[in-house]
Design a protein around this ligand. Structure first.
Ligand code: UD1
Ligand code: CA
Length: 456
């Protein structure tokens, strides 16, 4: 049987006052990706095995142009609706009335400030719809239920109503089973049903949660699917943002280890949502991965490295204390040692820069050796230029390579040179004054100075 088509409505209209931020709440990041991005990825994965991608409607607040731009960038097919006034979650969903009314099939409502929900959980909600429920609410047992809507169930476990904290009786407040906010519908005429929700409650808001009682009164079936509390953490303030980050990181570290990486001190390694880590990779303590990093099999990353936008080839070694910036592409078995910074440079297999260097904008050939203190002088104050080093070249310590410049394959650069002109393959380039020696000078100097000091 083919699954009915899915429409996902993402609520992102909240101002997020408690974040105390100029940035809209849903653009704050978890693991380098805005919370909204996490939810859009979840939506993208929720179409179902082999099924068409879900339709997507995102509800934003007035004037949230940056949120709209983020939606368009990450999910170009999404329709964006504006909720002009914050009148409650049902009103927010109805801002997308046009999309809902035109849709026949399932509808799932997600919050953009709840970034940790897993695809499998959405699959379980859909399975409950397929099993005959019309309204399925994602619930969790809260350690501290204060503030959440309580799920009130019948003796047979079906869902009778959701009671908001402020409207709950003393007995209802004792219930620990809470509403995550995520709800799935298989209701024909859903827009009509939601339109019947009123606002006669403590907050004077149109509560989406009232859909349960209305559906029940219509003879429809409502059910609860449970998940762990961690998964439905909602972010209202910065401490919850940090908590969401911690949960995400713990998951990501477990995934890296499950896939065959050794993390010596997992709690000190920070991944981005998109970090790719291969097998038999060893990551020492205190390593940070920004967005866009691929670590191939057999790589060792020593302690205290900061890595973003980089590809680290099979068997390479990085660190300790190395910095790889966007566009650093390390071939197989490359060695990058301590206090080396690499930006927008591709390095051929077996190339080495083992100590104290800045390699920015260029290329380093296979098996080339970059000595300690080498600098690619890539910037003239206006423009960036490239340094290209051929295979097997040897750049002596403390060389400044003033770009644009090319060093031929197999060439030698004498230590301490400032290279401003291209160097041919297999040549030696030396740019420094020749060494002078004065015999006995130091001994005479010492005698003279000792005498002068003794005179006072
Ligand atoms: C809501 C649920 C509550 C649940 C809790 C889980 C309702 C009535 N209550 O309560 O049962 O336990 O979430 O966190 O649904 N939003 C809009 N427009 C609005 C109002 C809200 O877009 O007019 C968005 C908010 O930005 C937020 C989400 O909807 O992302 C939830 O709204 P919020 O006011 O935080 O609801 P809660 O009171 O937390
Ligand atoms: Ca909330």
């Amino acid at each position: 049987m083919t699954e009915p088509k899915l429409l996902i409505v993402v609520l992102a209209a909240g101002k997020g006052t408690r974040m105390k931020s100029d940035l809209p709440k849903v653009l704050h990041q978890v693991a380098g990706v805005p919370m909204l991005g996490h939810v859009l990825s979840l939506a993208a994965s929720a179409g179902g095995e082999g099924a068409a991608a879900a339709d997507l409607a995102v509800v934003i607040g007035p004037g949230m142009d940056d949120v709209r731009a983020e939606v368009t960038r990450r999910a170009p097919h999404a329709r964006v609706f504006v909720q002009h006034e914050q009148r409650g979650t049902a009103d927010a969903v109805l801002a997308a009335r046009e999309a809902i009314a035109a849709h026949t099939g399932d509808v799932i409502v997600l919050y953009a400030d709840t970034p940790l929900i897993e695809p499998d959980t959405i699959a379980r909600l859909r399975a409950a719809l397929a099993a005959g429920s019309n309204v399925v609410v994602l619930g969790f047992d809260a350690v501290d239920p204060a503030g959440y809507g309580r799920l009130l169930c019948d003796a047979d476990g079906s869902l009778a109503a959701i009671r908001e904290d402020k409207d709950a009786s003393g007995a209802e407040r004792e219930v620990r089973l809470c509403n995550s906010g995520v709800v799935a519908f298989r209701v024909s005429g859903l827009a009509g049903l939601l339109g019947r929700i009123g606002n006669a409650n403590a907050k004077g808001e149109y509560y989406l949660t009232d859909a349960v009682e209305i559906a029940r009164a219509d003879g429809l079936r409502a059910a609860v699917v449970k998940c762990p509390e961690d998964e439905v953490l909602g972010v209202n303030a910065r401490d919850q943002l940090a908590a969401a980050e911690a949960i995400f990181q713990a998951r990501r570290r477990r995934a890296a280890m499950r896939d065959g990486a050794t993390l010596i001190a997992p709690e000190t390694v920070w991944f981005s949502a998109d970090t790719v880590v291969g097998r038999d990779v060893v990551i020492e303590p205190n390593v940070f991965f920004g967005p866009g990093v691929v670590v191939e099999d057999g790589v060792r990353i020593n302690a205290n490295c900061h890595i973003e936008g980089a590809v680290i080839g099979r068997g390479a070694r990085v660190g300790p204390f190395a910095r790889l910036r966007p566009g650093a592409t390390l071939g197989a078995d490359v060695h990058i040692g301590n206090f080396v910074e690499v930006k927008n440079v591709s390095m051929g297999a077996g190339a080495k820069a083992n100590h104290l260097a800045y390699l920015g904008d260029g290329s380093v050939g296979a098996k080339a050796n970059i000595g300690a203190g080498t600098i690619f002088c890539n910037y003239d104050g206006f423009l960036k230029h490239r340094t290209e080093i051929g295979d097997g070249a040897f750049v002596g310590s403390n060389s400044a390579l003033v770009a644009p410049v090319k060093i031929g394959a197999g060439a030698y650069i004498g230590s301490g040179s400032v290279i401003t002109k291209n160097v041919s393959a297999d040549a030696l380039a030396l740019e420094r004054s020749s060494q002078e020696e004065r015999e006995g000078w130091a001994a005479k100097f010492r005698t003279m100075m000792a005498r002068r000091k003794a005179k006072g």
